[in-house]
Design a protein around this ligand. Structure first.
Ligand code: NI
Length: 192
């Protein structure tokens, strides 16, 4: 089992490289899901998100959690391990934010309805049909597992509008970690 310091897990923000680190399928008993899953929900609720992918807390595993219910009722909690989107139908436009890029909201076109399959917290396979916000959240979190961020899905015109804010996040991050020029280039080659 991989040693993870669960208490130290927290949101990883743009442009941190872990958001761009290739993910791997979760194997049974490789990570302690009984600890990891509640921790992921805890972090998601702390930052008032509706979904959270492992890459957003620095773990490159194919797992995300979500709860799109208004009251954040426990029964609204869904866990997706090694998920796949099987079908997409229709389109929806809407503003989307991301806990890893706080303060940025951009309009993104997504499929209106999707069918997905995944393993749940007990490693049992399930299939789900989702629509509207739930479908949007699943597509957003799937993107995280494929290292795609909302800023990769917007038009050049949209990107110009938020470029100053992104630059500020990059500068703050690079200063915090004391990044070399070479490392900055490596991080930024993933696009902005
Ligand atoms: Ni996100």
């Amino acid at each position: 089992m991989q040693v993870i310091e669960y208490d130290k897990l927290d949101i990883v923000k743009y442009p941190a490289i872990s958001l761009r680190k290739k993910t791997k399928a979760v194997k049974k008993d490789e990570v302690d899901l009984a600890i990891l899953i509640p921790k992921m929900f805890e972090i998601m609720y702390k930052y008032e998100g509706v979904g959270l992918a492992a890459t957003q807390i620095g773990l490159n595993y194919r797992i995300f959690v979500m709860n799109v219910e208004q009251d954040k009722n426990k029964k609204g909690e869904k866990v997706f391990i090694n998920p796949q989107i099987l079908e997409r139908e229709g389109f929806q436009d809407g503003n989307e934010g991301c806990l890893s890029i706080p303060g940025i909201y951009v309009s993104i076109k997504r499929a209106l309805k999707i069918t997905a399959k995944a393993l749940d917290e007990n490693f049992q396979e399930f299939e789900v049909e989702a629509e509207g916000l739930a479908a949007r959240a699943i597509q957003h979190e799937m993107d995280h597992l494929n290292n795609i961020l909302i800023i990769d899905r917007i038009t050049p015109a949209q990107k110009i509008k938020i470029s100053l804010e992104l630059k500020k996040m990059e500068d703050e991050y690079f200063e915090k970690i004391g990044a070399s020029e070479g490392y900055k280039k490596t991080v930024l080659k993933h696009g902005r």
